[in-house]
Design a protein around this ligand. Structure first.
Ligand SMILES: Cc1cc2nc3c(=O)[nH]c(=O)nc-3n(C[C@H](O)[C@H](O)[C@H](O)COP(=O)(O)O)c2cc1C
Length: 161
């Protein structure tokens, strides 16, 4: 399933959330397996995003969209060429309207350098120029949460491939 709403929740423990429509096949899957993987797409993986946004009945030729996977020891799929992979174990599920908020503990993270695929105002986009923060009144918060960040970084690895 392609998901836009993927959010960081907590640093200690390391928690993330994803909101899933009750009608999505992924909804039943997450309840049943209590485990999932998140692959953060690179800017050249738009076809893969479009492919997994379609209903699963039309899922026959993932390779044509450029999707190739390996499996982790838990059986969750890791997408080749993605910018990051998060191995997630379900923590809690909260019903919210026609979606469920699945909060999961991140057990493992692998990342590599590259530019992400963005989806904003109904269009796929590339990341833009950095914002000039030099005139910001709120100051620089860098370093405030360094201790918790460093602890969370314990299970973060750079992809060596
Ligand atoms: C950019 C984009 C973001 C999406 N984000 C979500 C999301 O956060 N949650 C969700 O339930 N569906 C989202 N969808 C729709 C699902 O990808 C779509 O319903 C998909 O067919 C569900 O697949 P499944 O039935 O195999 O789980 C998104 C689609 C697109 C194109």
């Amino acid at each position: 399933m392609t998901a836009n709403a993927f959010t960081s929740v907590s640093m200690d423990p390391l928690l993330v959330l994803v909101c899933v429509d009750h009608r999505a096949r992924t909804h039943a899957h997450l309840h049943a397996k209590k485990r999932f993987g998140v692959n953060v797409l690179a800017e050249d993986q738009r076809a893969i995003s479009e492919y997994y946004a379609r209903s699963s009945e039309s899922h026959q030729h993932a390779e044509q969209a450029g999707a190739r996977f390996e499996r982790t020891k838990h059986g969750t799929p890791v997408l080749h060429g993605a910018l990051a992979y998060l191995e997630c174990r379900l923590h809690t599920a909260q019903a919210a309207g026609d979606h469920t908020i699945f909060i999961a503990e991140v057990e493992d993270v692998v990342f590599r350098e590259g530019e992400p695929l963005l989806f904003y105002r109904g269009k796929y986009r590339a990341i833009g120029a950095p914002v000039d923060n030099s005139k910001s009144k709120s100051g620089n918060h860098e370093g405030k949460n360094r201790a918790t960040r460093d602890k969370a970084a314990g299970n973060v690895r750079r992809d060596q491939r």
